[in-house]
Write a protein that binds this ligand. Structure first.
Ligand code: FAD
Length: 693
């Protein structure tokens, strides 16, 4: 009978899940996040008035190759740009890059057969399209594909479309590269002709870049055959013209000194605030949650009062960081532009289809400090492109070797966790003055905002968003220096400043804390809010099980805060079970005291089960505790508990998923596969939710 109950729950849940799936959550979908289109419109380029007809656009601009991207964090967009450049420089293709949401697909059956379309598509979350690819995905994978011409799927309407596709995924997620796989199947079914293999890059295995490099060579060979292309020696052609304007002073109001948009620059920033228009929010309080030396975990309270921004418990906040002064200096020195760092530069796309990712006019200093991801891991392909601009023959030879020899590159660059400037410094101390600034804009990503799971409840503090962030500062084995996360060290510096603490960083990192034109003075930081589906059940009497070790506890602090407030108001609150893990109860058990207060408000309905990995003789993690408490977990699931996991995607979340399958199978006397299946059902029905990174 017990089994029947759960089966029934699962069945109902499955049904609800299917509705959710087929409607793509449109019944309850959060408003679409404009950040979806990735941050390429940093300069606020208006989208209106442009054609959404790709066939017409390519015709008008004389292109024979379009590279669409579906990107969330900018990597797919970066790969798209790189393919465009390579296609143009090595094979003479007339390429353009296109945000997949900027065009319609209803006339792709008119795509000329002497052209080619690339689809570079990231898979997001649980096998979903990135926000900017949702419509495209729905169009091709929905029930009926409706082309403008009225052609039906049976007519093989895409038989003139040649396409190339590469997916960006993460094998730690169940639906690995689901996006590219499904789109590829759909396009093939409609008669389109794929050139080369449907490539798949795996972020989970850390091989994305190498997967991409290994995929693209045979793809280019196949495309050359299909389109009769002649390979030629690639000669660098700048995508952007970067012109210094000696007449203009950086103080002039028209110059972007790090402001995210024109209205910020003009000092009249106003809402609606979004991923294209961050709100410069005051940090009203900041503190540290660890009591150990050399490890820092920040708690910050960010006010959104009066901004018209709102959030719901379980949402994410994005923080727009600033690069560390020392890294900005290093970058400018390495490329020989330190002396003229404050010169005003105008950046323009040489081709009409090229989008300038940096607001312009700006200065070299502002570009590097606020707009470019200069500290990220380095790509082998990008390093190769610098060979032509090396300061001497020896460095050139070394760069060519690094570009050609994957293992050597790993040993010398990847394993050292170098930034691009550190990598070049490891080759020679001579500056790379010949590198065109355009090449740097092309080869490096835009500085991306980082997301944080909001750790407060919107019911309790609707105008104040809490974040819980561990400061990234890692000395990796074999690396000669300490790798410092961009955003978290910036936030640490803001916290130190706010609290009047001495210099935060033992390694001398300092930041332009006051921001462009002192606009962030008084401890402000640009933010936007991203709505998520990671949500408490609407009925608070439903039990919940949360697994959140380390900073994975962030959203659960918000969940518990909310339920404690409801309990204090006399509402019936269901069992609220948290599995929390850290190293030691005395060191990194964050929010320990607060949890005690919540316990007072919630009594027995709040249960916190801890796992301390460095206290006993054996390492104990949350998944062990979960197993030990199988009976309780199973019982709560029977009472329709929602199950939540937050934190480390690579190991913890995967293990927890497995353990839960075992628990269900074992507690109900079912075969192991059935347990796994039930967890899958819980996922699709929304009763198993993950917020992992
Ligand atoms: P980054 O500069 O982005 O670096 C990240 C890591 O990359 C470094 O630790 C390092 O290991 C590696 N790295 C950096 N540079 C190099 C290099 N040159 N070579 C090799 N490796 C390098 N974090 C939290 O603390 N709390 C949260 O609540 C939280 N919630 C999140 C929610 C979501 C939905 C997502 C997607 C992420 C969340 N994160 C959270 C993670 C957070 O967004 C950031 O990724 C994290 O804080 C690190 O950011 P950073 O800018 O400090 O580090």
């Amino acid at each position: 009978a017990q089994l029947d109950t759960l089966d029934l729950v699962v069945l109902v849940a499955l049904l609800v899940g299917s509705v959710a799936y087929f409607t793509k959550g449109s019944y309850w979908a959060a408003p679409k996040d404009p950040y979806a289109s990735s941050a390429s419109t940093l300069n606020g380029a208006a989208k209106s008035g442009k054609t959404r007809d790709i066939v017409e656009k390519m015709d008008e601009t004389n292109k024979n190759c379009v590279i669409f991207y579906g990107s969330q964090t900018g990597t797919a967009e970066d790969y798209a740009s790189r393919l465009a450049k390579e296609g143009s420089q090595r094979f003479g293709l007339k390429t353009m890059v296109a945000d997949i949401e900027d065009y319609d697909y209803e006339n792709l059956d008119k795509f000329p057969d002497d052209k080619v379309a690339f689809f570079v598509l990231a898979t997001y979350g649980e096998g979903e399209p990135t926000d900017n690819a949702v419509e495209f995905y729905q169009f091709f994978t929905g029930e009926d594909v409706a082309f403008e011409s009225g052609a039906s799927a049976d007519d093989k309407p895409l038989s003139s479309l040649k396409y190339v596709t590469f997916g960006l995924g993460n094998n730690t997620y169940e639906h690995y590269n689901a996006m590219v796989r499904q789109v590829d199947t759909a396009l093939t079914k409609l008669g389109a002709q794929r050139i080369g293999t449907a490539g798949e890059g795996d972020d989970g295995a850390g091989t994305m870049e190498e997967d991409f490099l290994a995929w693209k060579e045979p793809m280019w060979a196949a495309l050359s055959d299909a389109m009769n292309l002649q390979e030629r020696e690639a000669v660098y052609e700048a995508v952007f013209s970067v012109v210094e304007d000696d007449e203009k002073s950086p103080e002039e109001e028209s110059v972007y000194l790090g402001e995210p948009t024109a209205s910020h620059r003009e000092g009249r920033a106003k809402g609606p605030f979004s991923a294209h228009n961050p709100y410069v929010a005051p940090i009203v309080e900041s503190s540290e949650l660890f009591t150990v030396k050399d490890r820092n975990c920040l708690h910050m309270e960010i006010s959104i009062a009066g901004s018209n921004l709102s959030y719901q418990t379980g949402d994410h906040i994005a923080i727009w960081p600033t690069n560390a002064g020392a890294e900005v200096d290093r970058f400018l020195q390495v490329f020989g532009i330190e002396e003229k760092r404050h010169s005003v530069i105008n950046i323009k796309g040489i081709d009409v289809t090229a989008k300038v990712p940096i607001p312009t006019p700006t200065t070299y200093d502002a570009a590097v400090r606020y707009y470019m991801e200069v500290c990220a891991p380095v790509s082998r392909q990008f390093v190769s492109t610098l060979a032509a601009f090396a300061p001497d023959e020896d460095s050139k030879t070394e760069i060519v070797r690094l570009g050609n020899d994957k293992d050597y590159f790993h040993e010398k660059i990847t394993n050292q966790c170098f930034t691009i400037a550190q990598a070049l410094q490891s080759i020679t101390f001579k500056p790379f003055t010949a590198v065109p600034f355009s090449l740097l804009i092309e080869g490096l990503n835009k500085l991306q905002p980082r997301y944080y799971s909001i750790s407060s409840s919107s019911l309790v503090q609707k105008d104040k968003i809490s974040i819980t962030a561990v400061v990234e500062s890692v000395r990796l084995p074999g690396a000669s220096h300490i790798v410092k996360g961009v955003t978290t060290n910036y936030l640490l510096a803001l916290k130190q400043k706010q609290n009047g603490d001495p210099s935060p960083d033992p390694h001398g990192l300092t930041y332009s804390i006051n921001g462009p034109r002192n606009k962030y003075d008084g401890i402000h930081v640009p933010v936007h809010v991203r709505h998520s589906n990671f949500k408490l059940p609407s009925d608070p009497s439903k039990p919940i099980i949360m697994v959140g070790p380390g900073t994975g506890v962030a959203p659960f602090r918000g969940f518990i805060q909310e339920r404690a407030a409801l309990a204090a108001k006399g509402e019936k609150v269901g069992t609220t079970l948290l599995f929390f893990g850290c190293r030691k109860s005395t060191e990194d058990f964050i929010y320990k005291d607060e949890f005690k207060t919540f316990q007072d408000q919630m009594g027995d309905s709040l249960k916190i089960i801890t796992a301390f990995s460095r206290e006993g003789s054996e390492k104990v993690y949350v998944q062990h505790r979960l197993k030990e408490n199988a009976e309780l977990v199973s019982e709560l699931l029977k009472q329709k508990a929602n199950f939540y996991v937050c934190g480390d995607a690579a190991n913890m979340a995967r293990e927890v998923n497995l353990v839960l399958g075992h628990i269900i199978a074992q507690q109900r006397g079912l075969p192991a596969e059935k347990g796994e299946e039930m967890v899958k059902h819980m996922r699709s029905s929304g009763s198993y939710q993950e917020d992992v990174w």
